[in-house]
Design a protein around this ligand. Structure first.
Ligand SMILES: C[S@@+](CC[C@H](N)C(=O)[O-])C[C@H]1O[C@@H](n2cnc3c(N)ncnc32)[C@H](O)[C@@H]1O
Length: 439
């Protein structure tokens, strides 16, 4: 189907398709964008599709409720895409960035190319009814937390159980659009020099305290347009993730394993900070290629190895490492503000499987660490079971592991280790623990 005419029909239709890919088919939003946006020439249209689909993810329970409420009878399965088109339009009407009539016009135009346009009248009627009844409907949304909070019930319950006092703030932070954090490549320049260059380019940014390599942009810009990105002098990386290298205590000449390396953000940071012999391991060969590209951009390389971190016998050469980083696969509940689809893609059962993988990696990699070496375990999760709940039993299983406390770094003590909750210091949610192996 091809939406007819201009009037913003195409981006609305594509946004509806992207939402459907996530919510009906369980596809990640980034994957949906990759297949849908390739043929979209206008970068403003691509940005609009992204903004609308991300917005629907943040508000899905309310939008699902509102569209159901407004339809006189359930949408036929074959017309399901129009349900998502209505959700996109209702989101836009509630968002208020565009005039109401323009939103309705674009949605009706988008429906014109579907099944000979026979649902145009329905789209028009539903959206006009929303505008007429919006006050009453919004009260109905506000009265029911399951509709207004924008998260699946299981996740709300888990976050409330783990962080009773902070849960509301965590959920709210996950619904805010995050700032753009940048990392300065120390080998190329200082962050003060990078700030000067951004200022000269007419961009507002600041240097956050306690994040030695970081700059934060104070305005929205397209990353590809930023000076310094293409040649690796600057990289995009959240502040919380940038603190991992501080925990690693890197020195020239060390042998380092980045056990879950793709797409290579932390591998690149490690190599920007010290001349180390780096093995970048990942189980996913396609993702590992992106590590190679990322390292090439900053002018470094590493031993790239495809393998399972929990089964080192298949890839390890028998020489122990001075430093091991396990940036573990996790629920990603700390980065929901960047990837609002995560809340609809993850299931409780996924968390249990991830916890088992994390545990297997920790136990399998610990013997690969030299006595006196440091292992750093990190997740972008806020769930205790993946963080302190994972690490405490690990420490009990390994009598030769000693926690290194990093009270000088941002974050709160969370059992053994350091936790940033989403929004703390303007960062993503992140957990990090460093442990030294006794001699
Ligand atoms: C959180 S991401 C790593 C992000 C990366 N460290 C960075 O900074 O760009 C987790 C990675 O773990 C990888 N992974 C998952 N299970 C693995 C396993 N058993 N062994 C090695 N890598 C694994 C995934 O393919 C994914 O690339």
């Amino acid at each position: 189907m091809r939406p007819k005419g201009g009037s913003g029909a195409k981006p609305r239709w594509l946004a509806a398709q992207a939402c459907r890919a996530v919510l009906d088919r369980g596809q990640a939003l980034d994957e949906a964008f990759a297949s849908l946006l390739g043929a979209v020439e206008d970068s403003r249209d691509r940005s609009l599709v992204r903004r609308l689909a991300n917005g629907v993810m943040r508000d899905w329970p309310a939008l699902d409720f509102l569209v159901r409420q407004l339809l006189e009878r359930p949408m036929k399965a074959g017309d399901r895409i129009v349900f998502f088109l209505l959700a996109v339009a209702v989101h836009e009407l509630r968002d208020g960035r565009e005039p109401d009539h323009a939103v309705v016009h674009a949605a009706v135009a988008a429906a014109a190319g579907f099944r000979g346009g026979r649902l145009r009248g329905l789209v028009n009627a539903v959206l006009r009814n929303f505008l007429r009844q919006r006050d009453t409907l919004e009260v109905m949304v506000a009265e029911d937390p399951a509709r207004s909070r924008g998260y699946p019930r299981w996740l709300i319950e888990r976050i409330e159980a783990d962080w009773p006092a902070e849960a509301e703030a965590i959920l709210a932070a996950g619904n805010r659009v995050p700032p753009l954090w940048l990392r300065t490549n120390r080998r190329r320049w200082s962050r003060e020099q990078a700030l000067d260059m951004l200022t000269e380019a007419g961009l507002q940014a600041h240097l956050p305290k306690d994040f030695p390599d970081a700059l934060v942009l104070d305005e929205r810009v397209r990353v590809s347009e930023l000076p310094g990105i293409a040649d690796g002098a600057l990289s995009v990386q959240d502040g919380a993730a940038q603190l991992v290298v501080e925990e690693m205590e890197l020195e020239d000449g060390q042998r380092v394993l980045d056990a879950c390396a793709a797409p290579g953000g932390k591998s690149a940071h490690i190599l920007e900070r010290a001349d180390v012999e780096l093995t970048a391991l990942d189980i996913d060969g396609d993702r590992l290629k992106r590590v190679g590209e990322n390292l090439e951009r900053i002018g470094h390389d590493a031993q790239l190895t495809v393998g399972n971190a929990a089964e080192p016998r298949a890839w390890w050469d028998g020489r122990q490492f001075d430093r091991i980083l396990i940036d573990a696969p996790c629920s990603a509940t700390g980065v929901i503000r960047r990837h609002p689809d995560i809340r609809w893609l993850r299931r409780t059962a996924d968390v249990e499987a991830l916890v088992a993988t994390q545990r297997a990696m920790l136990d399998a990699l610990w013997p690969l660490l030299k006595p006196g070496g440091i292992l750093v375990y990190a997740t972008c999760s806020v769930l205790v079971v993946e963080n302190a709940g994972q690490v405490q039993p690990f420490l009990e299983r390994h009598a030769d592991a000693r926690v290194i406390e990093h009270t000088e770094l941002p974050g709160r003590a969370a059992g053994p280790g350091r936790q940033l909750l989403p929004g703390d210091e303007n960062c993503d949610g992140f957990y990090c623990l460093a442990a030294r192996r006794l001699q």
